[in-house]
Design a protein around this ligand. Sequence first.
Ligand SMILES: [Zn+2]
Length: 389
Amino acid sequence: MRAPSDRARRLWRDTITIDMHNDLPTRALDDGYDADVRHAAGVAERTEGHTDLPRLVESGLTAVFLAAWVDASYARGAPGGSFARALRGVEWIRDFAARHPAHLLLATSAHDVRRAKREGRVAILVGVEGGHAIEDSLDHLRELHRLGARYLTLTWNNGNGWAGSSIGVDGTRTGGLTAFGREVVGELNRLGMLVDVSHVSDTTFDDVLAASAAPVVATHSCARALADHPRNLRDDQLRAVARTGGVVNVNFYARFLDVRHAAAWDAVDRDIGAARLAISGAADPDAARAEFEAARRRLLATIPHTPLDVLVDHIEHVARVAGIDHVGIGSDFDGINGLPRGLDDVAALPRLAEALLARGLADADVAAILGGNMLRVMERVLDGAAASR
Ligand SMILES: [Zn+2]
C-alpha cells in the first residue's frame, strides 16, 4: 500500500482525531503485552499488537479512549470481581499515561483533548466496557467517573441485571432496560459521562434513546444494512442516534464489516478445530503440534483480506443515513483479529484520511469524521456537565 498523499498527511496533522475504542489495557493485563515498547502489527503473539507507545506517538492521533473492559466471566465469579476488574483497568490506563508525561496526557474533557493537540501529546481517555462492571451500584459508577472514566458501554456480549446485550452470551439478558437501567442512564447524564450503546440489544437501544437526556454514542459499531450482524446498527438506529445529537463510531473489525470475511473465518475455525482433534493422541506429540501449527497458518492465510474500501463504505453509509455530523471512528484495535487491508495498526491511521479523501469528501467533512464530530459531543456532554455542576 502506498504512503498517504501530502494532502492526507497535512489534514491528519492539522485535525483533532479521536479513536473512541481501543483495547490495549486488556492486552497488557491479560496477555503480558508490554505497551511501552514497539511491536510488530498483528495479534497472534504477545510480540504483536495494534497499539503501543511508540506507534501511538508515531500515529499522530490526538485522542484515544482506552477501554477498561470487563469480561463476562467476572460476572459469573464472586461478587466484587467485576468492579475490581474495572478498577484495575482504569488504574492501568492512568498509570500508562502517568509513565509517559512527555507523550501522553490523561484527559477527561474536550478541553483536555484540545490541550493535548496544542502540546503535541496524545490524549488518553478512559472508557468502561460492560455494565456489569458497576455491579448494580450507582456509587460504583460514581467512583469510576471520579477516577476518570468518561463513558460506560452499557453491556458487553453479556447482558446484565439492568440492560440487554445484542449477543446475550451464557444465556444472559437480551431484553430492554429495567427501571434501574434507566437510573443508570440518568446518572451518566448527570455525571457528564457518555452513554455507549455499542453491544446493547435492539430493545435496550430503544429504551436508552428514550431515557437519555444527552446525546448518545455508539463507540464501536458498524452498519447492519451493509453487513448483517447483531452487533451492527440498523439504519433507523443510525438516524435515532443522530437525532440525539450523538455519533456512531465505525468499528474496524473485518468480521463486522464484511460478511464474506465472517463466513471465511467461521469455516477456517471449524477446520482448525478438526485439525486440532486429528492430532490428539498422536504418537509423536511434538511433530503433531508442528504439523498442526503449519496447518493452522495455512488455513488462516486462506481468509480473504477485507479491503480498506469496505470500512470506508460503512463510514459513508452512516454519513449518508445519519448525516455527516454523526459519524466517527472506533477502531477496536487490540480487541479484534481481523482488520481491513493496509490498516494494520494505529500508526497506519493516516491512510484512513487518504481513503476518505479518495471518495471525494471535502477536507472539512473528513476532519469531522476523524474527530470533529466526537469533539462536539464531548464538549456538550463532558465539559457541559462540568460547567453546570
Ligand atoms: Zn466491544
